[in-house]
Design a protein around this ligand. Sequence first.
Ligand SMILES: *[C@@H]1O[C@H](CO)[C@@H](O)[C@H](O)[C@H]1NC(C)=O
Ligand SMILES: *[C@@H]1O[C@H](CO)[C@@H](O)[C@H](O)[C@H]1NC(C)=O
Ligand SMILES: *[C@@H]1O[C@H](CO)[C@@H](O)[C@H](O)[C@H]1NC(C)=O
Ligand SMILES: *[C@@H]1O[C@H](CO)[C@@H](O)[C@H](O)[C@H]1NC(C)=O
Ligand SMILES: *[C@@H]1O[C@H](CO)[C@@H](O)[C@H](O)[C@H]1NC(C)=O
Ligand SMILES: *[C@@H]1O[C@H](CO)[C@@H](O)[C@H](O)[C@H]1NC(C)=O
Ligand SMILES: *[C@@H]1O[C@H](CO)[C@@H](O)[C@H](O)[C@H]1NC(C)=O
Ligand SMILES: *[C@@H]1O[C@H](CO)[C@@H](O)[C@H](O)[C@H]1NC(C)=O
Ligand SMILES: *[C@@H]1O[C@H](CO)[C@@H](O)[C@H](O)[C@H]1NC(C)=O
Ligand SMILES: *[C@@H]1O[C@H](CO)[C@@H](O)[C@H](O)[C@H]1NC(C)=O
Ligand SMILES: *[C@@H]1O[C@H](CO)[C@@H](O)[C@H](O)[C@H]1NC(C)=O
Length: 333
Amino acid sequence: MLLLLPLLIVLQSPQVASQASAPISLPGCRNKCGNITVPYPFGFEPGCFREDFGLVCNESYSPPRLFISGYGYEITDISPKGELHISVAAKRACYNSSGGYISGTNTYIALGTSPYLLSLSNSLFAVGCPYKMNQGYFVDADGYYVSGCVSACRPTQSSLGGTNGSCTGVGCCESSIPSGLNFYEPASQNFGTATEETDPIILSNTTNCSYVFLADSNWFHFNNSYLLRTTDFMAPVAIDWAIRNVGNCSYASHNMTDFACRSANHDCHDSDNGAGYLCNCSKRYQGNPYITNGCKDINECEMKDEYPCFGDCTNTVGNYSCTCPRGTEGNAI
Ligand SMILES: *[C@@H]1O[C@H](CO)[C@@H](O)[C@H](O)[C@H]1NC(C)=O
Ligand SMILES: *[C@@H]1O[C@H](CO)[C@@H](O)[C@H](O)[C@H]1NC(C)=O
Ligand SMILES: *[C@@H]1O[C@H](CO)[C@@H](O)[C@H](O)[C@H]1NC(C)=O
Ligand SMILES: *[C@@H]1O[C@H](CO)[C@@H](O)[C@H](O)[C@H]1NC(C)=O
Ligand SMILES: *[C@@H]1O[C@H](CO)[C@@H](O)[C@H](O)[C@H]1NC(C)=O
Ligand SMILES: *[C@@H]1O[C@H](CO)[C@@H](O)[C@H](O)[C@H]1NC(C)=O
Ligand SMILES: *[C@@H]1O[C@H](CO)[C@@H](O)[C@H](O)[C@H]1NC(C)=O
Ligand SMILES: *[C@@H]1O[C@H](CO)[C@@H](O)[C@H](O)[C@H]1NC(C)=O
Ligand SMILES: *[C@@H]1O[C@H](CO)[C@@H](O)[C@H](O)[C@H]1NC(C)=O
Ligand SMILES: *[C@@H]1O[C@H](CO)[C@@H](O)[C@H](O)[C@H]1NC(C)=O
Ligand SMILES: *[C@@H]1O[C@H](CO)[C@@H](O)[C@H](O)[C@H]1NC(C)=O
């Protein structure tokens, strides 16, 4: 008996594991680049991705790094639900004490006619105030103003509540962005003077550098250490992806050869940022809807929190049954 027990545990564990395993990528394709999971329609090997979803996994880095093929932006994570993050430098501009420009970094995001658009989870942030007031903004591909805000500093930052972790216009400001954008180029403009000043309205401190950047607003938590900063940094920008070669689900399902929702038991829903659509597995199924047979039945009996059962639970395809144990009656759910 003592000898048999460990054997039983070993025999049982693979069964439990295989029940939950749904395919991530096409058969024979790698689904990891470093520690980043790459689900189909994405892929980085020939024949492993849908057109427009090719990535580059550069293994000359340790750990390997993932990039958007043809665009070069580095991907830090991919969600099958239609979002991913790229790492983009903040625009930096640094000045000396008399206001002379010393150094800086410029940047932009240009996504062309790709499946990628800037997500509404991003905000534009402007940090610092080299000339007391700093307007951070960005323009579209035609050079037209899109969104922006003004950051101004006060003599003592800590004297104002609410600046810790949030951008309220003191040392840091935040502006939301519109949908449908595939281009972003940040800019900044200074007001006031860098030198000692007794402006009756804004008696303020200055910072050596200003930063303007787009970032997922869940990521950025402003604190006063950013006002002392003089070096470059990268920020995660949220990107919405979708199947965009046709406008919506109803149109896409006319051409089953091209339709991206491959698995049975999928749902299709229209993109809420730009044209296109996304697929997900139906309720009670999980996995990758972009792969044939990618949506697998969920074993509800193993998920008692979501699917309660106080009796005998039996998993069925697409559902489960919950009955009172033999000899009892009542409501088992
Ligand atoms: C991947 O590794 C990096 C550092 O090596 C870490 O910061 C990041 O959180 C990891 N991502 C995942 C999804 O585990
Ligand atoms: C990987 O990165 C290195 C260093 O940046 C570069 O020289 C090389 O061309 C890249 N390889 C691929 C396949 O892109
Ligand atoms: C700002 O620049 C001045 C010189 O212009 C320098 O003395 C000071 O240390 C700098 N501050 C920071 C935080 O780097
Ligand atoms: C600041 O930089 C400008 C040129 O960018 C230079 O003319 C000026 O002398 C510098 N001032 C100081 C205090 O370094
Ligand atoms: C400006 O900030 C520095 C560092 O936080 C502080 O020592 C100094 O008193 C401030 N100046 C004014 C005018 O508030
Ligand atoms: C700001 O927030 C951090 C972490 O949330 C906390 O450690 C710090 O004490 C706060 N600073 C001030 C001035 O409230
Ligand atoms: C302020 O932000 C910097 C950069 O993200 C971080 O390293 C530091 O720990 C933060 N400080 C506080 C008090 O939260
Ligand atoms: C669906 O997309 C097609 C073009 O791809 C467009 O002609 C049609 O009007 C769209 N239908 C809806 C309901 O948006
Ligand atoms: C359906 O999609 C396939 C694959 O993209 C394409 O070759 C074909 O021309 C499309 N058929 C129609 C009727 O649009
Ligand atoms: C599928 O995606 C839509 C839109 O994001 C969402 O409302 C729905 O709950 C999802 N369905 C499942 C079963 O997750
Ligand atoms: C799932 O089973 C329950 C009873 O166990 C039933 O009430 C429900 O209608 C079933 N749902 C589907 C989608 O079949």
